[in-house]
Design a protein around this ligand. Structure first.
Ligand code: ZN
Ligand code: ZN
Length: 366
C-alpha cells in the first residue's frame, strides 16, 4: 500500500514523502498510526549518529489501531488499540530469561539495525529503493507493520498521544529509578535534565518515595514544570554549580542522581554529586560515541556506584501495561508532558522545537 512517511534517504536528509509498505506477514500486524512521539533518538538517527543509519523511515514511539493481522498472530485482532514496543524481545534467549528484555540478543541483529525481526524490510520508496524501519517500528508514517511482540495493548480510555510517550520517554525515566537504581523511599534524589526522560525520572522518584527530589536544568521554564511533577527543589545549573547546590541541599549529596543528558560533563557531575555509597545512573545518550573520563577514586574510595540504564531496564510487555495503569490511576502525570502536537508534515519544526528546548514532549498526530 501507499502512504505518507518521514523518510531519511541519506544521512542528514529528511523528507515527508509517499512510500510503499508491504502487507504484514505471519506474525505481524498492520497498525493505523494515531500518534508518534518525537524523540532525540529520531534526530540522532537521521543525522547518522546512532547504529542504524539511513535510508529508513523514522519513528519508534507510536500508538494506533490494528488494521489487519497476519495468519499466525495470536495476541491481537483488527480494531485493537496498541502502543508500539520498540524493544521486541524474543523472551526466550538467555538474556531475556535472565529478565533483561531490554538487552535481548535478537535486538542487536535486527531492531538496532532498523530491520524487521526476520532481517528484512517491508518499506520502499516509490522509485524502488528499500527503506529500513527505525527500531523495527517506523512509526512516523500513516501505517506501520510490526511483529506482534512489538506491540502492547492500550486501555480504551488512554489517549493515543499518552500511550506513544509511555513507550519510550516514560518507560526510560521511570524505569531508571524503579528498575535500574531501585530507589528506596525517604532517600534524597536528583535528576539532571528536564526533557521528557528527565521529567519522567522526577515522577519515578516521586513514585519511589524519594525525598527531597531536586530537578536540574538550564531553563527556568522546565524547572517550573518539574516542580509541578514532583520536584521539591530546583537548581538552574547555568547559574550555580550543581554539585555544590546538591551538597547544600542534602549534606553529603543525594543517594541517587539520574543523568538524563548523558554528556561527559553531566556524567562527571552525577558521579561527583552522589554521596559516598550513592548511585549515579546514566540514562541519556548524548556522549554515546565518546570516551568519558571518570574519577576512579570516587568509585573505589567512596564506594560509589555508576550504573547505565538502557530504556530504564524495561521489560516492555510487563512494564508498559503497569505504567499505563499508573497513568489511569492518576499516579503518573502524563497529560502535561505532551506539550505540542504536530501534523506529520511539520516534523522538521518538531525537531527544531525539541532542540530549542521549547517542548517537554512533542507528538505527531495523524
Ligand atoms: Zn524515544
Ligand atoms: Zn531475547
Amino acid at each position: 500500500m501507499r502512504m505518507k512517511a518521514a523518510v531519511s534517504r541519506e544521512v542528514g536528509r529528511l523528507g515527508i514523502e509517499e512510500v510503499e509498505l508491504d502487507r504484514p506477514q505471519d506474525t505481524e500486524i498492520l497498525i493505523r498510526m494515531q500518534a508518534a512521539g518525537v524523540c532525540h533518538s529520531d534526530l540522532h538517527t537521521y543525522r547518522g549518529e546512532l547504529r542504524a543509519t539511513p535510508p529508513l523511515v523514522l519513528g519508534h514511539e507510536g500508538a494506533g489501531v490494528v488494521e489487519t493481522a497476519g495468519s499466525r498472530v495470536s495476541r491481537f485482532k483488527p480494531g485493537d488499540k496498541v502502543v508500539v514496543n520498540w524493544l521486541p524481545a524474543c523472551e526466550s534467549c538467555p538474556t531475556c530469561l535472565s529478565g533483561r528484555h531490554n538487552l535481548c540478543e535478537r535486538l542487536a541483529r535486527t531492531t538496532f539495525r532498523a530491520l524487521m525481526l526476520d532481517g528484512s524490510t517491508r518499506l520502499k520508496t516509490t522509485d524502488g529503493m528499500p527503506l529500513k524501519h527505525m527500531l523495527s517500528a517506523a512509526t512516523m508514517a500513516e501505517y506501520a507493520v510490526v511483529d506482534e511482540c512489538g506491540a502492547v495493548p492500550v486501555p480504551a480510555d488512554v489517549p493515543y498521544e499518552i500511550a506513544a510517550v509511555v513507550g519510550c520517554a516514560v518507560a526510560t525515566g521511570v524505569g531508571a529509578v524503579t528498575h535500574t537504581a531501585q530507589a528506596r523511599p525517604g532517600l534524597p534524589a536528583a535528576v539532571i535534565g528536564c526533557g521528557g526522560v528527565g521529567l519522567s525520572a522526577v515522577q519515578g522518584c516521586k513514585l519511589a518515595g524519594c525525598n527531597p527530589i531536586a530537578a536540574i536544568d538550564v531553563l527556568d521554564s522546565k524547572l517550573a514544570f518539574a516542580r509541578t511533577l514532583g520536584a521539591t527543589h530546583v537548581i538552574n545549573s547555568s547559574e550555580v554549580d550543581l554539585v555544590d547546590a546538591l551538597r547544600e541541599l542534602t549534606g553529603q549529596g543525594p543517594e541517587y542522581v539520574f543523568d538524563s543528558v548523558g554528556a561527559a560533563q553531566t556524567i562527571d557531575a552525577a558521579l561527583r554529586a552522589v554521596r559516598p555509597g550513592g548511585t549515579a545512573t546514566i540514562v541519556g545518550l548524548h556522549a554515546a560515541k565518546s570516551e568519558v573520563a571518570i574519577s576512579a577514586g570516587a568509585l573505589v574510595l567512596q564506594n560509589k556506584r555508576l550504573l547505565g540504564s538502557f530504556v530504564g531496564s524495561t521489560r516492555p510487555r510487563l512494564d508498559l501495561p503497569l505504567l499505563l495503569e499508573l497513568y489511569r490511576a492518576g499516579k503518573l502525570q502524563l497529560d502535561d508532558l505532551v506539550t505540542k502536537r504536530y501534523p506529520l508534515d511539520e516534523l522538521p519544526q518538531a525537531f527544531d522545537d525539541m532542540e530549542a528546548g521549547n517542548v517537554a514532549r512533542g507528538v505527531l498526530v495523524f
